[in-house]
Design a protein around this ligand. Structure first.
Ligand code: DGY
Length: 321
């Protein structure tokens, strides 16, 4: 029997490609450059399935070319895929939940520490040989212990961050989540209004999905509600933050700092962010561990195998009916 054909938009870790080739005919973007919209559309049209990543914009023109097929996303977030067009064209979408939770939660804590302990300034002093030696007032930062962490979006990653902060750093956890969370097995206070998070948190960490519902939840108004000592962390999606307003707030010392891993217009960074005060900027590294990146590939493969065997993916994010 002929193997189903899969169009993979980026280069994947070696082990996952080898595994995929056991079950599928695979076309891989070996150059690993971002493909054009037309190249992705042609790839989808000429293959049985598309395996994109967050760096691809899967719009309706691409989706129309794959009517009735599957998009097996390499990643958990899917706001780069037009789900309305998928429904109209009967395209199934799957993602890779769970397997990148720990890696992303670790990176969130890393950003909290980097920004609150002035790690970048310190590293720059060493790099530029400008360190003048130890002194009591040198690069003094803020503790995590005893502080309140406000989490927006208590899904898998939100929970993993909360547990690290609570058990590892003795922080107090507050969170906002659209639906009520009943069975958390650790101490955390769910607030009814998101404004409570803005007003009361010392650290705010975003863990809700991207897309229109949550676009710009961090904006001029929400930033005005925050304390001057608050640090904002985003390892979720760039569109959650109105970046120009954030830059203003940072430069006016309206908040204490921001640690960001994701941006509005990746890989282009808003020039104002590059010049803003008190920021740590990382290049979308949340899931960048070999364990997570391999597991993401294996999950895509499981979704595709299930789809081609039974007509259904495992981690389905849309209903095509
Ligand atoms: C995701 O999975 O959505 C990340 O942003 C990329 O790993």
């Amino acid at each position: 029997m002929q193997k189903p054909t899969i169009f993979v938009t980026r280069r994947w870790p070696k082990e996952t490609v080898e595994e995929m080739k056991k079950f599928f005919e695979v076309t891989i973007n070996h150059d690993d450059r971002p493909l054009t919209q037309n190249e992705i559309a042609d790839g989808f049209e000429s293959h049985d399935a598309l395996a994109p990543t967050v760096s691809d914009n899967i719009d309706q023109n691409i989706i129309k070319k794959g009517s009735g097929k599957i998009i097996a996303n390499y990643g958990v977030g899917f706001s780069h895929i037009d789900l309305v067009a998928c429904k109209e064209n009967n395209v199934t979408v799957t993602n890779t939940p769970d397997v990148l939770t720990d890696a992303t939660a670790d990176l969130t804590i890393l950003l909290m520490l980097m920004i609150s302990r002035k790690a970048i300034e310190g590293a720059k002093e060493i790099e530029t040989k400008s360190w003048m030696g130890w002194k009591p007032t040198h690069l003094v930062g803020s503790d995590l212990s005893g502080k309140t962490l406000g989490i927006i979006g208590m899904g898998r990653i939100g929970e993993a961050v909360a547990k690290r902060a609570l058990f590892g750093f003795k922080m107090k956890i507050m969170f906002f989540n659209r639906s009520k969370k009943e069975n958390l097995n650790f101490k955390a206070e769910q607030v009814k209004k998101i404004t409570e998070i803005f007003e009361k948190s010392d650290f705010i960490s975003l863990h809700c999905p991207g897309g229109n519902n949550n676009k710009n939840i961090i904006n001029e108004k929400s930033l005005q509600l925050m304390k001057k000592s608050t640090f904002l962390i985003n390892t979720a999606r760039g569109e959650l933050i109105e970046e120009n307003s954030l830059c203003k707030a940072l430069n006016n010392d309206q908040i204490a700092g921001a640690g960001l891993d994701v941006y509005n217009n990746e890989p282009d960074i808003n020039p104002k962010l590059l010049k803003a005060k008190n920021v740590v900027l990382l290049p979308h590294l949340g899931s960048a561990t070999s364990k997570a990146r391999n597991a993401m590939g294996f999950k895509v493969i499981e979704n595709l195998k299930s789809y081609f065997n039974s007509g259904k993916g495992i981690d389905i994010v849309n209903s095509t009916k």
